[in-house]
Design a protein around this ligand. Sequence first.
Ligand SMILES: [Zn+2]
Ligand SMILES: [Zn+2]
Length: 232
Amino acid sequence: MKDYLCLMCQEPLKQPPGWLNVFQSRPPLLCTGCRSLLEAASGEGCCICGHPSVEETCSDCADRKKRNRFPPVVQRSLYTYNSFMKSLISQFKYRGDAELSLLFADDLLKLARREFPDFHAAVPVPLHPDRLWERGFNQASLLGQKFPAEELLIRSGMSTKQSKSSGKDRRDNAEGAFTIKQPADCSKKHILLIDDIYTTGSTIEAAALPFWEAGALRVSAVTAARALKKAP
Ligand SMILES: [Zn+2]
Ligand SMILES: [Zn+2]
């Protein structure tokens, strides 16, 4: 019988006898030890971005509410972006381990159905074409593989690597970076964006903008991980 290894620590996975016949699929992708390092992002928090240990609205979301023409995007994440999640996502994204997306794909769909049951279209946040060419896949599309996902967005005009820029630069770079593929009718629709990490929220905000402008009723988002860098 084939030995399955944990995708992170490479330890052989202990399989309950006969379970392959029961589930008709492969064993879990992570061993129980690694799995226990995942920190669920659920629970009480900011009513907009879901930041934990905040009552009502965090300062970022309050600022955004004041600054923007459109309502802030309500978003929920599966896990916090702790050091384990960081290495997991970098393995997934930069080392091209697309299999890791399966770890989140089902749970993201469950999260979306629970938090945003009335969404009309699920849209992965696209990569800039240059980055897609470098990497060969878009992690957000892989994360959305269990949704009836629609690739409705086009990304352009982002030249610097986002992960290396400051909060302000990110916002400036992201501004105007997304457009909707035509003809997509988004009016009166609840659009659900899918992405890997929620950091400052500026990418989600920029991706939501063309939908608001096209008359969307609501824009929400689900992400695999959320950063907890800033104190609320
Ligand atoms: Zn492991
Ligand atoms: Zn918030």
